[in-house]
Design a protein around this ligand. Structure first.
Ligand code: KG4
Ligand code: ZN
Length: 352
């Protein structure tokens, strides 16, 4: 297959957690973005790292092959291979990074190592309209919650982050307490649509500066459920029996979900407002799996209108983990000639 207008073609691979994904982008335009989601973890209530690595090994060849086919590209027409180097589960990262390195070696193509959190931020540069620089990005995922000041595609600074749980974890752990399966974030979103967000009021933590905390909310929800909605305070003798707790949850699920979601959203958006005031930046983006949350998307747009921000949210398929965001980041790194050599290693921790 010939190259389209001789553009720069990047093949990208994402394997940091429980999604195996591959994408082809040409000159910053996404031609394919295949994602294999691993269902096996649902029964364990969370991602089991060893099972994730094994599923990546099974998925990676068909997913990469599918992305190339869908884009109508031949492997030899690719200009560089990008992959997620960090942060993530080390076994999962190893599968993607070893595959990318082997392909780069076999095809004699340059290799580009991508930081997953940077890629979430740049998912805002995939579709039009794109934010102009500088912009702020609230990145909310299962493992991270950050406010990033982005001065150019490759110049970013974390100006606020969580000191304990991530926003996605707060959603998932709350869902688990409600007896919902993993990942519970999308289910809380679903039930919250029919609920009253003001019915129950969970405490908002007072954390200085631009950092976040979600562990207090999680604990308040735990006690609240243990007490069948009568109190947020730990009691040595619980007010409720197991049956009372269950019937309280069953009868009030929508209102509980709406109230939990409203508190998580207010924690996020109050800090984002503060970050906009502190930096004077009015181009504001969302990114990461939790930006798929319909309540957050709506509240973000409403706050943006009141504050006169220009707001940007990636399309749904670019919010949760995907290789298109690795491809777009790979494209900007290619333009900056920021290549990795074959000795590059996966890293469970972020390098910023
Ligand atoms: O970015 P992501 O796909 O993976 C990580 O890098 O962590 O984010 C996954 C997180 C999970 O915690 C999941 O529950 C949450 O995003 N999530 C949502 C929604 N969709 C995904 N949380 C709330 N509402 C949603 N609609
Ligand atoms: Zn992610």
């Amino acid at each position: 297959m010939q190259k389209i207008n001789g553009g720069i073609a990047i093949l990208a691979i994402e394997s940091s957690c429980d999604e195996t994904s591959a994408s082809i982008c040409v000159d910053g335009r996404i031609l394919s973005n295949l994602i294999a989601t691993q269902k096996i973890h649902e029964q364990y209530g969370g991602v089991v790292p060893e099972l994730a690595s094994r599923a990546h090994m099974q998925n990676i060849v068909p997913v990469v092959d599918g992305a190339i086919q869908k884009a109508g590209y031949a492997l030899h027409a690719i200009d560089a291979i990008a992959f997620t180097r960090s942060p993530g589960l080390i076994g999962s990262l190893l599968v993607g990074s070893q595959f990318a390195k082997s392909l780069a070696l076999a095809l004699n193509k340059p290799l580009i190592a991508v930081q997953h959190m940077q890629a979430h931020v740049l998912s805002n540069l995939i579709d039009d309209p794109k934010p102009s620089f500088p912009f702020l990005c609230l990145t909310v995922s299962g493992g991270h919650t950050q406010i990033v000041l982005c001065k150019s595609p490759l110049q970013m600074e974390v100006i606020g982050e969580t000191i304990d749980d991530a926003a996605g974890e707060a959603f998932d752990k709350s869902a688990k307490l409600l007896g919902l399966p993993y990942p519970g974030g999308p289910l809380i979103d679903k039930y919250a649509k029919d609920g009253d967000p003001e019915r129950f009021s969970f405490p908002e933590p007072q954390i200085p500066g631009l950092n976040f905390s979600f562990s207090g909310v999680k604990t308040a929800i735990l006690y609240f459920l243990q007490n069948a909605g009568k109190s947020y305070v730990f009691k040595e003798t619980f007010l409720a029996t197991e049956a009372e707790r269950k019937s309280f949850v069953d009868n009030n699920l929508a209102d509980i979900c709406a109230s939990i979601q409203a508190r998580i959203i207010s924690i996020l958006l109050n800090k984002l407002k503060r970050a906009a005031v502190t930096t004077g930046v009015k181009n504001i983006c969302l990114a990461g799996g939790v930006s798929a949350n319909s309540g957050l998307r709506k509240a973000f747009k409403e706050v943006g209108e009141k504050q006169r921000w220009a707001t940007f949210i990636p399309a749904f398929e670019y919010c949760t983990d995907n290789a298109a965001m690795i491809a777009i980041t790979g494209y900007y790194k290619y333009l900056a000639k920021d290549f990795a050599d074959l000795s590059v290693t996966a890293n469970a921790r972020a390098e910023w």
